[in-house]
Write a protein that binds this ligand. Structure first.
Ligand code: FES
Length: 161
């Protein structure tokens, strides 16, 4: 029995690739694929979910019916505005103990967290709050004022209404 010679390769058959060449090409494609997936992953990273907070400097119009010594807390703000015969002033509602928002009372302020009480001028009448409520800067005239909760002023500072 005679063995047949291997079939003659056609011109159109691809060149045989040596194992070493195949592994080299495969490793290059694997590296390219890894870099592509890494790039896609970085592009799809979640964006920081930081919301801008409202400015702590705001314009407010006092209600016409606001009685002398009565507190007016603008919606969404942590400052109480007052009007009396000497002018308009603002007192922060952030408790100086641990930062709770104090409630306005007819005789002053009361903190719901640990029971501190403050006089109507912000001074402490019952602890544990260590310091009085700060007064905030108010500017303007007429019925419209600009309050800056980030700027404190000495207690008793009022602007003419
Ligand atoms: S936070 Fe107001 S008394 Fe503690």
């Amino acid at each position: 029995m005679t063995s047949q010679p291997p079939p003659k390769p056609s011109r159109l058959d691809p060149e045989p690739v040596a194992r070493r060449d195949f592994l080299g090409i495969a490793s290059i494609w694997a590296a390219v694929g890894a870099m592509a997936f890494a790039t896609i992953g970085m592009i799809r990273l979640p964006k920081a979910a930081v919301l801008s907070s409202p400015s702590r400097k705001f314009r407010v119009t006092l209600p016409e019916s606001l009685a002398a010594g009565q507190a007016y807390v603008p919606p969404g703000r942590s400052v109480a505005l007052f009007r009396d015969a000497e002018g308009v002033y603002a007192i922060s509602l952030i408790c100086t103990h641990l930062g709770c928002v104090v409630k306005t009372q007819p005789e002053g302020f009361e903190c719901p967290c640990h029971g501190s009480r403050f006089h109507a001028d912000g001074s402490v009448t019952k602890g544990p709050a260590p310091k009085p409520l700060p007064w905030c800067k108010v500017a303007g005239a007429g019925g419209s004022f600009i309050v800056d909760e980030d700027v404190t002023v000495p207690a008793g500072t009022k602007v003419k209404a």
